[in-house]
Design a binder for this molecule. Structure first.
Ligand code: ATP
Ligand code: MG
Length: 584
C-alpha cells in the first residue's frame, strides 16, 4: 500500500512553492466538474420541452446555453491541463535535482556498486512515474469522487430504483477493476525490473565500446544483449496482456451498465414514472459514470506506480554517504603538510583482516615537499591517493593535511584545496575550456590562458584547431593519456590547491608529451606539496622523499638522496636494476 506519511511529506515539500497555482488548478477542476454535472439537466429540459411542442425560439435559447456551457467546460479543461503539467514538471524537476545532488555526494563505494544506467533510471524513471501523481493525484481523486457522488445524487433524484442499481453497479465495477489492477501491476513491475537491467547493461557497453571492440568481445555482448531481451519479452507480453484484459473488462462492464439503464429506463417510461427527458438524463449520467470510475481506477494505477517510486526514492535518499559531510574546519593556506597515523583501509564494509588494502601506514611530509610513491601493481598506491583526497575515509587512523584531520574539515573546501590527477583522466564531450573549468563560466579566458602559459602548454593548445574552443570527443578519445593528463594539470592549476596528488599514467608516453609533462609538473609543484605515484625513474627525480609500498605496507620510507646513497636500501636496488623491471 502507499506510504501515506512519506507521500504527504513529499507533496508538502515540493508543492509548497507552487501553492498559488495549486489553488488555481483546484478551482479549475472543480468548476469543470460542476459544469459537467449540470449540462445534462439542460438536455433534459430541451428534450421534455421538445416533446411537449414548445416554440422553436425557446428551444434554440436552451441549445445555445448548452453549447456555451460545453465550450466553457472544454476551455477550463485545457487551462487545467496546462497548470497540471506545469506544476507536475516543476515540482518533479526539483525532486530530480535533489536526488541527483544527493547521489553526487555519496561515496565512491556506492558509485562503484551501481551502474550509471541504473542511477539514471532511478532518478528519471521513478520520478517521472511520480509526476502525474504530484500534479493531479489528490485533485483528480477528490474531483472524481465528487463527480461520482454528484452524478449518483442526480440519479437518485430521478428514481430511487435507478439510483440504487447504479450505486451497486459502480461499487461492483470498481471492485472488479481494482482486483484486476493488482494482478496487472505485479506483472508490470517485472517489466520495469527488466528495463532497469537492460539500461544498466546498455550504459556500460556504450561506455566501453573501445575495449569491447579491441578485445573482440562484441559477440559476447550481443549474446548478453540477447539474453536480457529474451528474458524481458515474455514478461513484456504478459504485462501488455494484463492491460488489454483490464481494458476489455472495462468495455464489457459498461455495456452491461448501459443495458441495465435502458431496461429500467424503458420500463419506467412505459409506466409513466419518468419523462423521455429524464430517461435520457439517466442514460447520460450512466455514460458519465464511466469517466470518474475509469479515472479513479487510473489514479489507483498511478498510485501503485507512485508508491513503488516513492519507496525507491525514499530508499535512495536514505542511503547515507560513508563520508560524513559535517566537517567545518578549513585547511591552512599555502602548501599543506601531510601526516598519516596508523592508517588502515579496506574497500569492503565490516571487513575481515584479509580484505585490508592498507595496513597501519605512518608518515609525515613537510609542507612544500614532494613525496614519490613506488610499489608493484596492486600494492595500494592509488588507494593511498584516494584517502589523501578524501574520496574514502580510512577504517582506522587518520589523515591530517596542514594539521587538520580530513574527517573534521569541510569537504567542499578540501576538494578545492587538494587536486588529484588520476591514472585515467575523465574528459567530457565539450570544449577544452569547459573541460578545464568544469563548465564554470565565471572563469575568464585570461585566467585560463595564464594557467596554460604557466604550465608551458601555450603552443600545444594553440596548435589545436580552435584553441581552447576545440571540442573534445566523448571520453577524451581524441587525446592521448599523456595529453589528457596535461589538461588535468591545468584544471588543478586553475584551483587554489595546496596539495597535488599525481597518479602517473602507467602507459609509456611519446617523448614530446613526456617533455611537456615534465615541465608542467615542475611548474605545478612550485609552492605546492606533491605526492607523485611514479612509474618512471625520471618522475622520481624531483621527489624529496620516497615511499615504497608493498601489499599495503610501507617497506621503506625516507629521504630520496639518502636512500639512493645507501647500498642496503631497496630504493638503491631499484635504481640499479631499473624501475620498470622491478615494479613492472
Ligand atoms: P597500479 O600500480 O596498478 O595502479 P595500485 O598500487 O594503484 O596499482 P590500488 O589500485 O591501490 O593499487 O589497489 C590496491 C588493492 O585494492 C588491489 O588489491 C585492488 O584489487 C584493490 N582495489 C582497488 N580498487 C578497489 C575498489 N574500488 N574496490 C575493491 N577493491 C579495490
Ligand atoms: Mg593505481
Amino acid at each position: 500500500m502507499i506510504p501515506i506519511k512519506s507521500y504527504w511529506r513529499l507533496l508538502k515539500t515540493y508543492l509548497r512553492p507552487y501553492r498559488a497555482r495549486v489553488v488555481v488548478l483546484t478551482t479549475l477542476l472543480f468548476s469543470g466538474i460542476a459544469l459537467q454535472v449540470i449540462n445534462p439537466q439542460i438536455i433534459r429540459i430541451f428534450i421534455d420541452r421538445a416533446t411537449e411542442g414548445t416554440e422553436l425560439d425557446a428551444l434554440l435559447g436552451i441549445s445555445v446555453v448548452f453549447i456555451l456551457i460545453a465550450v466553457v467546460q472544454q476551455a477550463l479543461a485545457v487551462v487545467a491541463t496546462y497548470f497540471a503539467q506545469q506544476i507536475g514538471w516543476s515540482a518533479t524537476n526539483e525532486l530530480r535535482r535533489d536526488l541527483a545532488d544527493h547521489l553526487l555526494h555519496l561515496d565512491m563505494g556506492f558509485h562503484k556498486t551501481h551502474t550509471p544506467g541504473e542511477l539514471v533510471e532511478r532518478i528519471d524513471g521513478d520520478v517521472t512515474a511520480l509526476s502525474n501523481f504530484f500534479s493531479q493525484f489528490v485533485i483528480h481523486v477528490v474531483g472524481n469522487v465528487a463527480l461520482l457522488v454528484g452524478v449518483l445524487f442526480f440519479l437518485f433524484r430521478e428514481s430511487v430504483l435507478i439510483g440504487t442499481s447504479l450505486v451497486l453497479f459502480s461499487a461492483a465495477t470498481l471492485a472488479v477493476m481494482v482486483k484486476m489492477q493488482e494482478v496487472a501491476t505485479d506483472w508490470w513491475a517485472r517489466v520495469k525490473a527488466h528495463k532497469a537491467t537492460f539500461y544498466g547493461f546498455l550504459g556500460e557497453v556504450v561506455g566501453s565500446t573501445e575495449d569491447i571492440r579491441g578485445l573482440g568481445a562484441g559477440r559476447f555482448m550481443v549474446r548478453r544483449f540477447t539474453q536480457i531481451t529474451r528474458a524481458w519479452l515474455p514478461d513484456e507480453v504478459r504485462g501488455r496482456w494484463g492491460w488489454s484484459i483490464l481494458w476489455g473488462t472495462n468495455i464489457v462492464v459498461f455495456v452491461a451498465g448501459t443495458a441495465i439503464v435502458f431496461g429500467l429506463g424503458s420500463w419506467l417510461f412505459e409506466t409513466d414514472v419518468l419523462t423521455l427527458g429524464s430517461v435520457y438524463v439517466v442514460f447520460h449520467y450512466t455514460e458519465m459514470l464511466r469517466h470518474p470510475l475509469d479515472r479513479i481506477r487510473h489514479q489507483m494505477e498511478d498510485m501503485q506506480k507512485a508508491a513503488a517510486g516513492i519507496s525507491r526514492i525514499q530508499n535512495l535518499f536514505a542511503i547515507e554517504s560513508r563520508l560524513p559531510h559535517d566537517g567545518t574546519e578549513v585547511l591552512p593556506s599555502g602548501p599543506l603538510s601531510i601526516e598519516l597515523s596508523d592508517l588502515d583501509f579496506s574497500y569492503v564494509d565490516d571487513s575481515a583482516d584479509g580484505d585490508r588494502v592498507l595496513h597501519g601506514l605512518n608518515l609525515s611530509l613537510e609542507a612544500g615537499k614532494v613525496l614519490g610513491v613506488l610499489g608493484r601493481t596492486g600494492s595500494g598506491k592509488s588507494t593511498l591517493a584516494r584517502l589523501l583526497t578524501r574520496l574514502y575515509d580510512p577504517e582506522g587512523g587518520e589523515v591530517r593535511l596542514g594539521g587538520v584531520a580530513l574527517r573534521s574539515a569541510d569537504i567542499d573546501h578540501v576538494r578545492r584545496r587538494v587536486g588529484m590527477v588520476t591514472q585515467d583522466v575523465q574528459l567530457f564531450r565539450a570544449t577544452i575550456r569547459d573541460n578545464l573549468t568544469f563548465f564554470d563560466e565565471t572563469v575568464s579566458d585570461e585566467r585560463i590562458w595564464q594557467a596554460i602559459a604557466a604550465l608551458g602548454l601555450t603552443d600545444w593548445i594553440e596548435s589545436m584547431p580552435e584553441g581552447i574552443d576545440t571540442v573534445l570527443d566523448a571520453g577524451g578519445s581524441s587525446l592521448s593519456a599523456g595529453e589528457a593528463q596535461l589538461l588535468a594539470f591545468t584544471r588543478i592549476f586553475l584551483e587554489d590547491s595546496g596539495l597535488v596528488v599525481l597518479d602517473e599514467a602507467s602507459s609509456r608516453l611519446d617523448p614530446v608529451t613526456e617533455a611537456l609533462i615534465e615541465r608542467a609538473v615542475d611548474r605545478l609543484l612550485q609552492d605546492r606539496t606533491g605526492v607523485i605515484i611514479a612509474h618512471r625513474l625520471d618522475t622520481l627525480n624531483r621527489a624529496d622523499e620516497v615511499l615504497i609500498l608493498d601489499d599495503g605496507r610501507i617497506v621503506e620510507a625516507g629521504n630520496r638522496a639518502a636512500l639512493a646513497a645507501d647500498p642496503g636500501s631497496q630504493f638503491h636496488g631499484l635504481l640499479l636494476a631499473g624501475m620498470e623491471e622491478v615494479l613492472g
